[in-house]
Design a protein around this ligand. Structure first.
Ligand code: GCO
Ligand code: MG
Length: 402
């Protein structure tokens, strides 16, 4: 069997997605997500110009060899654009392998280690009263874990707080929109929110919070300490992780568990974090960390060091990525939680899929392969629209992490 065709499909059913579809000479197809929010066309060009020509004629069964060929063969290792492109090919090849074997991909990864994939939902609102109502909405739907984000008094906008009633989408303008950030106001506000959420929902609901890379290590240590009475399941991305050693300082001061890694591309981005047990959950995901093959390697390293998985799953990762993530989540021994934000109806229609939510769990499709596809005719009706993630500034105008 040979790869006979490879199509790079860019579509915008409400937001931009890039998908790679491989077709074998026997007519078997496989799909891989290649979406890098705000930089979609860079990955599309990388695939179209540099990867697709080398894929035609290759044996689709050779997943590991193809991964090494694209990673080592490029000479220029790592980086989000490269690793997203590699991920798309790898994911599509696993899809093909599953279809050829007649098995869902999780069976090829060792089979089921649990009955379902526990997901967390996203409660957000401008203020604490609003977010309490949102948390109740999620628990009412059966969610066992909820991420809580609110506006900060005195700041016009805050990360993670969507417009009510529509799918959360921060990439809202062709040229980045600008937000203002104030660390002191934030550090004062967040523990008050969690005190009320914990008091209202009791000790058993898993609560999470995303700091979105906005603090220094000592500020993060202070926040972690002030949240200890409210027993969070995780505090996410408290500090940018380019300096992995920075997490030693946070760890020295707080028992609040830490989740890091949605922007990681390779095992090298988290090797020290994992080896020194500086984090509790690794948030790397299929589409941005080199596909199922490489993410499995990260998760296996994590398993050796008591670190669990907590893959990124925002709406800018397509249903193709989510499908792939669920197969891995179901199979690995050290699964923790999976992020889940339902996609818009238009996105779900472009990407027909068989995964389903029930009782706080997601369940991957039982059909051979990943159980997801792209409707190319429908996709063609939604042309690309330029959209960038926002930037953030301190009150004095200094550019800060968004
Ligand atoms: C999350 C993330 C997202 C990212 C987004 C960037 O935890 O879900 O932080 O909200 O900001 O995916 O593209
Ligand atoms: Mg996050």
């Amino acid at each position: 069997m040979r790869i006979a065709d490879a199509r790079v499909i860019v579509t915008c059913p409400g937001r931009n997605f890039v998908t790679l579809k491989l077709v074998t000479d026997d007519g078997v197809t496989g799909v891989g997500d290649a979406t890098l929010n705000g930089r979609e066309l860079a990955v599309a060009a990388y695939l179209t110009d540099h990867v697709v020509p080398a894929l035609i004629g290759r044996d689709p069964a050779r997943i590991e060899d193809t991964w090494q060929y694209l990673y080592r063969g490029a000479y220029w290792r790592r980086g989000p654009v490269t690793m997203t492109a590699v991920a798309a090919v790898d994911t599509a090849l696993w899809d093909i392998k599953g279809k050829v074997a007649g098995l869902p991909v999780y069976q090829l990864l060792g089979g089921r280690s649990r009955e379902g994939v526990t997901v967390y939902g996203h409660a957000s609102a401008a203020d604490t009263d609003g977010v309490l109502a949102e948390v109740a909405r999620f628990t009412g739907q059966g969610y066992r874990a909820v991420r809580v984000q609110t506006g900060v008094p005195g700041l016009p906008t805050t990360y993670g707080v969507g417009k009510p009633g529509i799918v959360y989408e921060p990439a809202d303008a062709a040229i980045p929109s600008e937000a203002v950030w104030d660390t002191e106001r934030y550090l004062d506000h967040v523990p008050r929110v969690f005190a009320r959420v914990r008091a209202e929902f009791g000790p058993h609901l898993k609560l999470l919070h995303d700091v979105h890379h906005r603090l220094t290590p000592i500020e993060a240590a202070r926040l972690g300490k002030s949240l200890e009475p409210h027993a969070l399941t995780w505090l996410e991305d408290p500090v940018p992780a380019e300096l992995q050693e920075g997490y030693r300082l946070i760890r020295r001061h707080t028992t609040t568990p830490l989740a890091v890694g949605e922007v990681f591309n390779t095992i090298w981005d988290c090797e020290l974090l994992i080896r020194e047990q500086l984090i509790d959950y690794v948030r790397a995901t299929v589409v941005h960390a080199g596909g199922i093959t490489h993410l499995r390697r990260i998760f296996d390293l994590a398993a050796l060091h008591h670190v669990r998985t907590g893959s990124h799953g925002a709406t800018d990762l397509s249903p193709v990525c989510l499908s792939a993530a669920l197969h891995l989540d179901l199979a690995v021994p050290n699964f923790g939680l999976q992020e889940y934000m339902p996609h818009s109806e238009a996105t779900d229609a472009v990407f027909p899929h068989g995964y389903r939510f029930a009782d706080g769990y997601l369940h991957p499709a039982e059909t051979p392969g990943l159980g997801v596809d792209i409707d190319e005719e429908l996709a063609a009706r939604y042309p690309y629209q330029a959209a960038s993630l926002p930037v953030n500034r301190l009150p004095d105008g200094t550019l800060h992490s968004w």
